[in-house]
Design a protein around this ligand. Sequence first.
Ligand SMILES: [Zn+2]
Ligand SMILES: [Zn+2]
Length: 386
Amino acid sequence: MSQREWIEKDFYKELGVSSGASQDEIKKAYRKLARDLHPDANPGDTKAEERFKSVSEAHAVLSDPAKRKEYDETRKLFAGGGYPRGGGFTPGGGGGFSQDFNIGDIFGGASAGDGGLGDLLGGLFNRGGTRTTSRPRRGADVETETTLGFREAAQGVTVPLRMTSPSPCTTCHGSGAKPGTSPRVCPHCNGTGVISRNQGAFGFSEPCDDCRGTGSIIDDPCVDCHGSGIQNRTRTITVRIPPGVSDGQRIRLAGQGEAGLRGAPSGDLFVSVHVSQDKVFGRNGDDLTLVLPVSYSELVLGTTVSVPTLEGRVGVKVPPGTADGRILRVRGRGVPKRGGGAGDLLVTVKVAVPQKLDDNAAEALRRYAEAEKASGFDPRAGWAGA
Ligand SMILES: [Zn+2]
Ligand SMILES: [Zn+2]
């Protein structure tokens, strides 16, 4: 709750009484509302729970004549619309404004329906709202990246990833307590991790000093992690990258992220994969692409060329009369697919034009050109009339 909200709150309205109500009237109004709105009577009803907190808060101030006087004066002071700025009402430490009274909070997290004694106790001790850090918390997800060679990415590879991240202490298994002992609920804050403090009419909550806001006290801290339950460990994990990952893809490795707090599950590890280019191959989904340089005569006469694949080589037949730029498909020699099988190898033929010919070859080519004309071949026959 912010300062502004606090000033804006109408505690009389919360209790449904007039600003001139007697202490007796306030007490009666509060009792009735507290009974109706108590979380025990309204399990799972968050609206009732909110109202219960507001009513409790209003009562805490109005039932105390000194606080009530201060509250009345404060409201009068700011009734003109000016809210305090700067230092005037800055709380002495940490927490900001909060309720004086937080039974509602203590019951707050206990959801209806899951029942059981363990849940009830969990609700009492561990669910004091988001401020409580003592409850188990799933570890954070960790992001990392790795660069794979083109062929590695296509075929799948096992890579070691070195990562420094908090992990559960191996000595105390994350409890923070010396092996053989266990943490106890902080008696000062009853496990909520927060202490409510009053300063005049204003209630603050601050992290509990005794347990430093964790809600539990470790009498005999684990010597290896000094009671935190967490150790920063550099670990090398071996990650199996499945075949067929492409550049920019993110792989999720469940449970390989940051350690959970107090026995909660670890987060996930996300590996962003960069794939380096290959001199020979390109990729189009599961298909592997390749440009095959050929000579003009190879296209005209046809040939079989040995081309590289991911695993070795394959003979690609170029039929006689193959047009430049044609794509020849070699089935099943592409990138392995997730569910088994593989894409195709797509070979694009591309004529390499010699920049220099010796006299012999040049002479032969001239003779060929004449013979070609004589045979009736016209490369621009389709342009007739254009
Ligand atoms: Zn430890
Ligand atoms: Zn405490």
